[in-house]
Design a protein around this ligand. Structure first.
Ligand code: BGC
Length: 255
């Protein structure tokens, strides 16, 4: 067993989750899959351009204390640390080599991964998808819709299922938590949209389990009982901490 807050090599790992509304971080015990201190959160600056967001990431990292490695999530496609898309962030992010950029402000090596992939990795390792084989899909409903697709616990990264078409537009414009708030939808109205979206995804990929994450997963009792799909649907067990924990876990694995 490792010390709390350090990985098996004795390194201190911090996870930072960049979301559309908040940037949250905490030191994480990547062996236990738990935060070792309360998370620290700052608002996502608007416009969410590279310099402003990087400065906030630096500030969150300072509050988390010294780290040997930091994992950071980003709400867009990330391949080999390079940001490829930034649907809900400023376009200045596209083509940025994010680990280098963040390392300048945090002063240690950084691993950068897609936000939903990180949340998904945390859920299949420690949460609602633990020990599940077959195809498991984690969907985060927040500012956008993020997706993480697993086969027998192994991630297929950057699946971006939030951008599937629903009602002639991006699914995330219709069925995200932001869409519910922006349009003032009742829970049943929104649940109908989420149900149509889930049915579309299950027709494409035939998963064995859907795990619903994002901030709204705290209120799963308001909408999950209203949703009927062939596939069982459960709320994320790690709730909104999944991104921080998954980021730290992926950084620990990369180190
Ligand atoms: C982005 C995804 C991200 C999701 C949730 C989408 O708009 O394209 O990469 O995972 O939002 O933040």
């Amino acid at each position: 067993m490792s010390e709390p807050g350090v990985d098996a090599d004795g390194a201190t790992i911090v996870g930072i989750d960049i979301g559309g509304t908040g940037i949250k971080g905490a030191p994480v015990d990547p062996v236990a899959g738990k935060l070792t201190r309360a998370r620290y959160r700052l608002e996502t600056p608007r416009p969410a351009d590279v310099d402003s967001v990087t400065a906030v990431v630096g500030e969150v990292a300072r509050h988390c204390g010294p780290a040997d490695r930091i994992g950071v999530t980003f709400p867009g496609v990330v391949t080999g640390g390079v940001i490829r898309t930034a649907a809900n962030m400023h376009p200045s992010w596209v083509d940025v080599v994010a680990p280098e950029r963040f390392a300048e402000v945090v002063g240690c090596p950084v691993t950068v991964v897609n936000d939903a992939d990180a949340a998904g990795v945390a859920e299949v390792t420690f949460g609602a998808g633990r020990g599940r084989s077959g195809v498991v899909i984690v969907l985060t409903l927040g500012t956008g819709i993020g997706s993480a697709v697993f086969l027998d616990g192994k991630l297929l990264p950057n699946t971006e299922l939030g951008h599937l078409e629903l009602d002639g537009t991006d699914a995330e414009h219709r069925a995200s938590e932001l869409a519910r708030e922006r349009e003032g939808l009742t829970w049943p109205e929104w649940a109908q949209r989420v149900q149509r979206y889930l049915r579309h995804v299950e027709d494409l990929l035939q998963p064995e389990l859907f795990i619903i994450g994002g901030g709204v997963s705290k209120r799963a009792d308001k909408f999950l009982p209203l949703i009927q799909t062939r596939t069982p649907v459960v709320p994320a067990a790690l709730r909104n901490e999944a991104g921080i924990i998954g980021a730290a876990l992926m950084a620990a694995q990369a180190g």
